[in-house]
Design a protein around this ligand. Structure first.
Ligand SMILES: [Zn+2]
Ligand SMILES: [Zn+2]
Length: 250
């Protein structure tokens, strides 16, 4: 594993600073670490809009300070906020971010119809409604990783995998929210999906700790070529995609 693309800091509800996570990633021998705090649509721990610029400056300062040792990325973990697939994507300021994760979280400011996510969530129609919402978000926004699919709301993994392959997003296997099953991972892989193993660390000590995610990936029979933050071609292509986006927004 060469990167952890999902870690939190005090900018949302993590316990450490950006530099704490960077130092933990260096100690773990990683080439890249991403700071991916919660999008502004979260009621309790979304990053405040007025912090965006200072976050960017802090990431740039980290890259200058630790040049040659690690590359630090600024991402944002977007919230799904409507059944139509809207998110709290920061339109107009997206160029401040290197890439985006997106997932459903409780406690967001809904735009419309959000109750349907949480009520009757085990009903068959809820699964297709949820899946449609996530797939629409993949259509609408440049999302690179779907956070913890299946956590909080059940999804049709095959349909999600098809949409993710089309949009180029990786599906996450999250060590802190290991909601996806080995069977679902195998179904998604059969559709050609790629995966990101993440710590979703909320404390610096957990940065790069993929424990439960690695066990799920192994049980499902994934190899480095299925994983965008492992050493290999899949990882190279994923990194190229992020770099290309950064290049155009500079
Ligand atoms: Zn999350
Ligand atoms: Zn997270």
């Amino acid at each position: 594993m060469i990167a952890d693309y999902h870690t939190h800091t005090r900018y949302s509800h993590g316990k450490g600073s950006v530099e704490d996570n960077v130092l933990a990633a260096i100690a773990g021998g990683f080439r890249r670490v991403a700071i991916t705090d919660h999008g502004p649509g979260h009621k309790f721990y979304g990053v405040r809009l007025e912090k965006f610029e200072s976050m960017r400056r802090e990431i740039d300062a980290m890259n200058a300070k630790y040049a040659g040792r690690i590359e630090v990325l600024l991402g944002l973990e977007l919230n799904l906020i409507s059944l139509g697939g809207e998110t709290d994507y920061p339109s107009g300021r997206a160029e401040l971010f290197d890439f985006f994760l997106m997932g459903y979280h409780r406690g967001v400011f809904p735009r419309s119809g959000l109750l349907s996510f949480t009520i009757l969530k085990r009903a068959p129609e809820a699964i297709s409604r949820n899946t449609r919402a996530v797939c629409r978000a993949l259509d609408r926004y440049p999302i690179d990783i779907v956070s913890h699919p299946g956590e909080y709301i059940p999804l049709d993994i095959t349909l999600l995998a098809k949409a993710a392959v089309k949009s180029g997003a990786a599906l996450e296997i999250n060590a802190s929210h290991p909601a996806i099953t080995p069977e679902q991972i195998r179904l998604a892989k059969a559709e050609g999906a790629l995966f990101a193993l993440s710590s979703d660390a909320h404390t610096p000590g957990r940065v790069g700790d993929f424990g439960a995610a690695e066990r799920l990936a192994a049980e499902a029979g994934l190899t480095e070529e299925d994983i965008v933050n492992a050493e290999g071609l899949a990882g190279e292509r994923f990194w190229e995609r992020i770099r290309a986006r950064r290049g155009t927004s500079d």
